[in-house]
Design a protein around this ligand. Structure first.
Ligand code: PGA
Length: 259
């Protein structure tokens, strides 16, 4: 059987406060203890709960990541948290350029590039680059152009160590939080293109591309059957115990087919 590592990323966004995050993390730890897992699970809690959630999940080999960070390690930057600070409390992953950052907080491709360079040069975190087109860009037939520009500006000329993982999340903006998930075949064709572009920019690196945008227990399996979809980045359905456990049951089933 082919070996394929699947990633199940839970982006809790700003859905849960400190207590709610810890209750969900402890509940997951209780459910998942003593169960072997053949997939990678990572939780991205709010920055406020990052340390406590990391401590709760560490013993189960469930990783955590920071949802956003600043590209300078320390200094007079009121309100910011750096990626190296996230690493310091035990995080392994960093989301970079999530569409809510790009569109609601006006992060540019330049900002995304600065973050990518900081994570690569100053930390050991695995950067998870998020790319995707808006509804308007899709309607204007610009999907491929937008994704390619986002990839090139983030990776071109970055000093990447061969041993570091590359993870990209294809998250069409029109599919995020809308219930209007992208068709699995359409996502597959974008993933195939993304892999081809990144292989050209960073040859010889192993690369995983995850799909995100209204993933639910009902549709998750459709994505995971596609050749170039290596996992899912889930928002709303990951911040509730019942829907996340249903997605993890699919994770278990699909991972067993490959390992
Ligand atoms: P959603 O969010 O699953 O709620 O659509 C996905 C994401 O933004 O990462």
């Amino acid at each position: 059987m082919t070996e394929k590592k699947f990633y199940f990323f839970a982006n809790w966004k700003m859905y849960l406060d400190f207590d709610e995050s810890n209750i969900l993390a402890n509940g997951l730890a209780e459910e998942l203890k003593n169960k072997s897992r053949s997939y990678e699970m990572t939780v991205f809690p709010s920055a406020l709960a990052l340390q406590t959630v990391t401590q709760v999940l560490r013993d189960l080999n469930i990783d955590t990541g920071i949802q956003n960070g600043y590209w300078v390690d320390k200094g007079g930057y009121t309100g910011e948290i750096s990626f190296s600070m996230a690493q310091n409390i035990g995080c392994r992953f960093a989301l970079i350029g999530h569409s809510e950052r790009r569109h609601q907080f006006k992060e540019s491709n330049h900002d995304v590039r600065m973050k990518m360079e900081n994570v690569i040069n100053n930390t050991k975190l695995v950067p998870v680059l998020c790319v995707g087109e808006t509804q308007k860009e899709r309607d204007d037939g610009k999907t491929e152009e937008i994704i390619e520009a986002q990839l090139r500006s983030a990776y071109d000329g970055v000093n990447w160590d061969e041993k570091r993982e590359i993870i990209i999340a294809y998250e069409p903006v029109w599919a995020i939080g809308t219930g209007n998930a992208c068709d699995a075949k359409e996502a597959q064709s974008q993933h195939e293109r993304i892999k081809a572009i990144v292989k050209e920019l960073l040859p010889g690196q192993s690369l995983s591309v995850l799909y995100g945008g209204s993933v639910s227990p009902e549709n998750a399996e459709n994505y995971l059957k596609e050749k170039d979809i290596d996992g899912v980045l889930v928002g709303g359905a990951s911040a509730k115990m019942d829907s996340w456990l249903k997605i993890l049951a699919i994770a278990e089933k699909i991972s067993k087919k490959y390992v």
